[in-house]
Design a protein around this ligand. Structure first.
Ligand code: MLT
Length: 306
């Protein structure tokens, strides 16, 4: 009988799907890498979120493994090269959490524009600092999207509802798609020079790593705000901290960090920084969606090779 292991916390909907499709499924979360290596040999499929690291060593201990399913978008925790070399298919769920992540980016934009986290902390502390928290409107501002794929395009749609002007840098964005989305396709330098708010929606690859470098940050408009709900490593955290301190960057909202879990950072002590612990995909709806999608896709592949 075909067997799948779920090694990270997934919605129980995934177990249901596998069972309905006649696939045996075990749920074993929180295993050490050695324990996982010890039992992966018995499985045809492995379903993960982001905690399990699917390394070369793990793949070498998995002679029967045919598919790794990532319930989510990024496959940073999977050694795709080694998997491919061994004929193991790696699949993700690029759509299931896109709305949720886009909504988080919009929420971060509002949090920055109106300093909501700081104002909430101050009010709960019994202060009534009405004059301290002067915000800015999003209306009429230029939003620069770096990446305008599944998530970026939803952010663009929501931003239009807020009457923002949206410009996007994305080498994969066609002029026709940009037109359909009501987005102005621009080069990165142009975006950096023009945007009031820059939001990152691109995977971390060799060409996007440090895309908001120290030099790029220096070229941004004074008073720019930056949102990153994509991946740590896309921006230079030390340079950003300096630019926030000098006031060149007015605020930054970060859901992702170069090192995660991020328990210390030069950015944490700064007032004009809003942080969340990689919550971009953390809604009940998104987690249900990605669990269902990964189980359906893996079942289709394991049962029909499709
Ligand atoms: C993703 O890649 O799907 C997101 O970063 C969400 C996550 O893994 O928690």
């Amino acid at each position: 009988m075909t067997k799948v292991l779920i090694s990270d916390k997934l919605s129980p909907a995934a177990v249901e799907i596998f069972r309905q499709r006649g696939i045996a499924v075990d749920v074993k979360t929180g295993l050490s890498p050695a324990d996982l290596r010890g039992l992966i040999g018995g499985y045809d499929g492995l379903a993960v979120r982001s905690s399990t690291k699917v390394t070369k060593e793990l793949l070498e201990a998995a002679p029967n493994l045919k598919v790794v399913g990532r319930a989510g978008i990024g496959v940073d925790n999977v050694d795709v090269k080694s998997a491919t070399a061994r004929g193991v298919v790696v699949m993700n769920t690029p759509y299931g959490n896109a709305i949720t992540t886009a909504e988080h980016a919009i929420a971060m934009m509002f949090a920055l524009a109106r300093q909501i986290p700081e104002a909430s902390t101050s009010t709960k502390a019994g202060k009534w600092e009405k004059n301290r928290f002067m915000g800015v409107e999003l209306f009429g501002k230029t939003l620069g999207l770096i990446g305008c794929g599944n998530i970026g395009s939803i952010v663009a749609d929501r931003a239009h509802g807020l009457k923002m002007r949206v410009i996007a840098f994305d080498p994969y964005l066609t002029e026709k798609r940009a037109l359909d989305l009501g987005v102005e396709k621009v080069e990165l330098d142009d975006l950096i020079a023009r945007a009031d708010i820059i939001s990152l929606h691109t995977p971390l690859t060799e060409s996007t790593r440090n895309i908001l470098s120290r030099a790029a940050i220096a070229r941004m408009r004074k008073g720019v705000r930056i949102v990153n709900c994509a991946r740590g490593g896309l921006l230079d955290e030390a340079a950003l901290a300096e630019a926030l301190k000098s006031g060149h960057v007015a605020g930054a909202a970060l859901d992702v960090f170069e090192t995660e879990p991020a328990t210390a950072s030069p950015l944490f002590g700064l007032e004009n920084v809003v942080c969340t612990p990689h919550l971009g995909a953390a809604t009940a709806e998104a987690q249900e969606n990605v669990a269902l999608q990964v189980a359906e896709q893996m079942s289709d592949f394991l049962l029909t090779g499709a």
